[in-house]
Design a binder for this molecule. Structure first.
Ligand code: CU
Length: 352
């Protein structure tokens, strides 16, 4: 009777342990799957697609500026679109000469307490973007190509005729970034020195250039990076020439990516393929670059990163199952769990 009883309980415990292991595997898979799968899908996207919204009507490209003997500019606040050609029609409505003098320095407001000599000294030193003198009752027309890179900046305009600026003849020119539309794009940086994805797509259907692009970078690692965009379409830079290239052609965007990520915005002035790189030493050479495709089809990109990530998840899942199977065999063939004392017989009455 006793031997039969002794063999009875390991059989049941085998079944119980098998159920336990199976339950454990199921629980592990249930916990791991929802965590792993959405993340890998997001990281592995081979192409980042821009979300776009058309912008309100563009500001007029001709601006009438009246000059009066008050003395004043009417209007004394003007908005122009970055990247556009703006024609200023300057009309002197008074009996004195006035000038329309646009500061070269951005975001500078000159103090009205400056003397005429100090004002002259300022312009001798810093120059001006426009300096047009208009005779009494006269008209002058001057066209200004507003640089794309000046979006969001303001420039003061003044009359440099003695005491006119001091008496209030000044105004502010604001360069507004939103012209033909707005787009948002995002990308990720990794400690493997890569942008994921490394292909971004912007389709400008229903909008017109330039388009304001808001860029968000997520840092999936700890290393710092930059997201630096070339200003010219169709230009391929290399790890050996990018420094001199950017000295001659300032980047359209140069976003610092800290461990917390980074963001910025820039204006795209036309269709084409724009390269972006990381300027951190050695990163570009290690393959940290990508392309922004504006109204250009993105070449077929094999979902390499996706396959790798999914293969990794699969390997881990198989590993868990394998460990479970091995455990099941060990438990089944060692008989009891826990083991009985060596050489001893089970205590009276069995373990249950
Ligand atoms: Cu980098």
């Amino acid at each position: 009777m006793r031997p039969r009883r002794r063999w009875n309980w390991p059989r049941r415990s085998r079944a119980a342990l098998a159920l336990l292991v199976a339950g454990g595997l199921l629980l592990t898979a249930t916990l791991v799957a929802p965590i792993a799968l959405p993340v890998t899908t997001e990281i592995g996207d081979p192409v980042g697609v821009a979300h776009t919204t058309p912008a309100p009507a563009a500001a007029p490209s001709t601006v009438i500026v009246n000059m009066t003997d008050t003395p004043a500019f009417l209007p004394n606040a003007i908005s122009v679109n970055a990247g556009s050609n703006v024609t200023f029609d300057l009309r002197n409505l008074g009996n004195y000469t006035h000038t329309f003098t646009l500061l070269r320095q951005a975001n500078v407001t000159l103090s009205p307490s400056m003397t005429p000599d100090q004002l002259d000294a300022y312009f001798n030193q810093n120059g001006s973007t426009i300096n047009e003198s208009v005779a009494p009752g006269g008209l002058a027309s001057v066209t200004y190509a507003v640089p794309l890179t000046t979006y969001s900046l303001t420039f003061e305009y003044v009359s440099v005729v003695a005491y006119q600026f001091q008496a209030g003849m000044h105004g502010t020119l604001s360069v507004i970034p939103t012209v033909g539309g707005n787009a948002t794009l995002s990308d990720n940086t990794t400690d493997a020195l890569s942008f994921v994805p490394n292909a971004l797509e912007l389709n400008t259907t229903g909008m017109h250039f330039p388009i304001n692009v808001s860029m968000t970078l997520t840092n999936l690692g700890a290393l710092i990076h930059t997201w630096t965009l070339v200003p010219q379409a169709g230009v391929n830079i290399t790890p050996t020439n990018f420094t001199s290239y950017f000295e001659a052609h300032p980047p359209l965007a140069n976003i610092s990516v800290t461990s917390a990520g980074g963001s910025g915005y820039f204006l795209i002035g036309g269709p084409g393929v724009y390269m972006y790189i990381c300027e951190e030493p050695g990163h570009f050479a290690s393959g940290m670059y990508g392309y922004l495709y504006v109204d250009v089809p993105v070449p077929h990109v094999a979902a390499v990163s996706t396959s790798i990530v999914y293969a990794w998840v699969l390997a881990v899942a198989l590993g868990i199952v394998g460990v479970g199977v091995v455990l099941s065999f060990v438990v089944a063939y060692t008989g009891r769990f826990p083991k009985p004392p060596a050489g001893g017989s089970p205590p009276e009455g069995g373990p249950y």
